[in-house]
Design a protein around this ligand. Structure first.
Ligand SMILES: N[C@@H](CCC(=O)N[C@@H](CS)C(=O)NCC(=O)O)C(=O)O
Length: 204
């Protein structure tokens, strides 16, 4: 198995963290791509993922799986323990709900803020600074939603650490690049952050 990725990018980190939680991080070969040089956009990489994004998982039979959530779902279904995407129908739906909301309302917004305010990918897209600024505001607003959620339970999807926590941690850490940070009003989030970022998988 090969994972095409970029060590410093937030979505590949989600996969590495997920695999570390499953205890199989060392069983995969990692191929690093330089995103700024556009190595992810080569014909060879577009054959693996037409959108030219990382991470991409390539199985031994040549099947390529892009999208972080899809890659994690593959490993969730092939390595049962520990469950990171829910344990029964209701729990799986609750985890999926939070995972999707954290992806769309936090990770994506942070990503758009980064791309549109820094011009990092201006060779392949048109940065619109106002849009990037708005995305950053959206991300900051969602932190307040998480702050209220974490008043009710220790982890984002409930009593157990899940993929939603991984997504949120990777988004929050990456958000520093665009100066979006936890502040003094985020007492529950800060407690959660200290807990999840001290897991060994956070260093994967
Ligand atoms: N929805 C995708 C997003 C993947 C994504 O945006 N990856 C970024 C790195 S975090 C990327 O490859 N950027 C390179 C580019 O846009 O050219 C996922 O969940 O994996």
């Amino acid at each position: 198995m090969i994972i095409y990725e970029t060590k410093t990018a937030p979505n590949p980190r989600r996969v590495r963290m997920f695999l570390a939680e499953k205890g199989v991080a060392q069983d995969v070969e990692y191929v690093q791509l330089d995103l700024q040089k556009g190595e992810n956009l080569s014909a060879q990489m577009r054959a693996k993922n037409p959108l030219g994004k990382v991470p991409v998982l390539e199985l031994d039979d040549g099947t390529c799986i892009a999208e972080t959530d899809a890659i994690c779902t593959y490993f969730e279904n092939t390595i049962a323990e520990p469950p990171l995407m829910g344990v029964d129908a209701k729990d799986k739906a609750v985890v999926s709900m939070w995972q999707r909301q954290v992806e769309l309302a936090l990770m994506l917004q942070v990503g758009m803020c980064f791309q549109h305010t820094t011009g990092y990918f201006k060779d392949r897209m048109v940065p619109i600074a106002e849009y990037g600024k708005e995305a950053g505001i959206n991300a900051a607003k969602y932190l307040n939603i998480l702050e209220r959620r974490l008043e009710l339970c220790p982890f984002i999807a409930g009593e157990r650490f899940t993929i939603a926590d991984i997504t949120a941690l990777c988004a929050i850490d990456f958000a520093r690049v665009v100066d979006i940070r936890l502040d003094d009003k985020h007492t529950n989030l800060k407690k959660w952050y200290d807990t999840v970022s001290s897991r060994p998988s956070a260093r994967a």
